[in-house]
Design a protein around this ligand. Structure first.
Ligand code: NMX
Ligand code: MLT
Length: 434
């Protein structure tokens, strides 16, 4: 049997001529048009990045290596007795483009398990944070601290060939990913459980070990697997993926790149929206004094939020134009496992109430819910009510896709990213404004 790395090496060798040919023979072919609207409008929709790890269709949603999420969940191998697949399997899929067979999966599980031990200084860094620090700041710093472990940096200083950069990036990626559940669980223990840490269990897979360290019973292992898998990738243009890629393009190592992507994810228009959904719902619960609002009361709450100039968290999207399939998947899980949860009832009613209101308001291009409208409610149901922590969970998942991208960025020799900027005066001149 070939190892994970040997399989990847073959894929890379086979892929390189395709990229080389595109650059050499078709470098001048136009793909998209850059308008002033795009330059001043956050480059929305501008086709200017390449990745083969995943693709986001506005109506269908995300595909990982050509597979819809439904297919990913159906085809990836699952631990015995579990509803959700191994997280390690999705990393294999994103990196190699293939579903792992039993032997390949066993090998990846072993790779993750043997790299999971966290250096002591990471606990000390987490311990030394001042009170009231946001968990995302701690998470980002914990990752950053481990830069001293980078295998890529050692190889680079030793003078390795550009063609081989991917190998040490692959090692860094595995070394970091295997440690993220422990970092996340320790931040949680430190902030919300008086530092009472539960030691990791090397016999458990990524999702089950995380659940174990969080002190949670079944089915929280499946909740974790589902959460990490659905958050793992969303093509290259979203803020976290783009940040990871941009920072990596200067040959910053995996630790620097992933720490940076975490900082991008921590904004309320991106990953932090999952915490914002809960914060917003808490305001509604306070207003209702614990009573479930009726549809009219809910509509009023939504309008009040909009009329005060705020966004409805968990709704809208820069690319999607339909309900996010990640929302739909979590809704399906919620209908099966937490249908009677009062918070799920809120979320269920919001699904009916918000899209028509956003349509009526006429501003949001996509009135439908995104992944963040559901994820926090599931965590809350299983007892993780400290919603400041939710984006750390998103970050653990997102690191899987971004590291897969970083490996391939190195393998295909993607260069330093450096677009050109213009001044307002220059734009006015281009527009023909006197
Ligand atoms: N509630 C209220 N207004 C909205 C919403 C919303 N959920 N979504 C978009 N709009 C507004 C938006 O603020 C903009 O207003 P203005 O013209 O005054 O600047 C207008 O509609 C047009 O925006 P769009 O082109 O539809 O959206 P854009 O691509 O700029 O932004 C989001 C996408 C996701 C940032 C935006 O929909 C939003 O702020 N949603 C709420 C926050 C959220 O759920 N973020 C999580 C996204 C998923 N993730 O995990 O990253
Ligand atoms: C994501 O998962 O990154 C978000 O849905 C945001 C995006 O794709 O722009």
């Amino acid at each position: 049997m070939k190892t994970f790395k040997e399989t990847l090496a073959e894929k890379i060798e086979a892929w390189r001529p395709r990229t080389e040919r595109l650059i050499k023979e078709y470098g001048d072919v136009e793909v998209d048009k850059v308008t002033i609207g795009k330059i001043l409008g956050g480059m929305r929709g501008l086709k200017c990045l390449a990745t083969d790890i995943s693709y986001l269709d506005p109506n269908e949603g995300i595909r990982y290596r050509g597979y819809t999420l439904q297919e990913v969940f159906k085809k990836l191998p699952k631990p015995p007795g579990s509803e959700m697949p191994y997280v390690e399997g999705v990393f294999y899929l994103l990196v190699t483009g293939e579903m792992p067979n039993e032997k390949e999966l066993e090998h990846v599980l072993d790779e993750f398990s043997k790299r999971r031990i966290l250096p002591r200084y990471v606990y000390e860094v987490i311990d030394s944070f001042p009170c009231c620090s946001h968990p995302m700041s701690i998470f980002s710093t914990a990752i950053l601290t481990m830069g001293r472990e980078s295998f890529f940096v050692k190889k680079y200083h030793a003078g390795v060939s550009k063609k081989d950069y991917w190998e040490s990036t692959f090692e860094d990626a595995l070394n970091l990913l295997a440690k993220l559940p422990e970092i996340g669980a320790y931040i949680y223990a430190k902030l919300y459980r008086d530092g009472k840490r539960i030691h990791s269990n090397p016999d458990l897979d990524f999702g089950a070990n995380f659940a174990h360290m969080m002190g949670k019973e079944k089915p929280y292992d499946d909740v974790s697997r589902m959460h990490f898998i659905i958050h793992s990738d969303h093509e290259s243009g979203n803020v976290s993926a783009h940040t990871g890629h941009l920072v990596g393009s200067s040959l910053s190592d995996v630790y620097l790149s992933i720490s940076s992507m975490v900082n991008g994810l921590a904004g309320p228009l991106h990953g932090l929206a999952n915490q914002e959904v809960l914060r917003w719902l808490q305001q509604l619960m306070d207003r209702m004094g614990g009573k479930i609002p009726n549809e009219e009361e809910m509509k009023q709450f939504v309008w009040d939020t909009l009329n005060s100039g705020q966004v409805i968290p968990g709704y809208g999207h820069a690319v999607l134009r339909k309900t996010d399939p990640r929302y739909a998947l979590q809704r399906e899980f919620s209908l099966k496992h937490l249908k009677e949860d009062p918070l799920f009832k809120y979320v269920d009613m919001l699904y009916k109430v918000v899209p028509p209101i956003l349509k009526e308001q006429g501003k949001a291009k996509n009135p439908w819910p995104n992944v963040d409208a559901q994820s926090g409610i599931i965590q809350w149901h299983y007892g993780i009510t400290e919603y400041d922590f939710y984006t750390v969970l998103f970050g653990i998942g997102r690191a899987i896709g971004i590291t897969a991208n970083l490996i391939w960025d190195r393998a295909l020799g993607y260069p330093l990213e450096r677009p050109k900027s213009l001044t307002t005066e220059m734009l006015e001149e281009i527009a023909g404004i006197n």
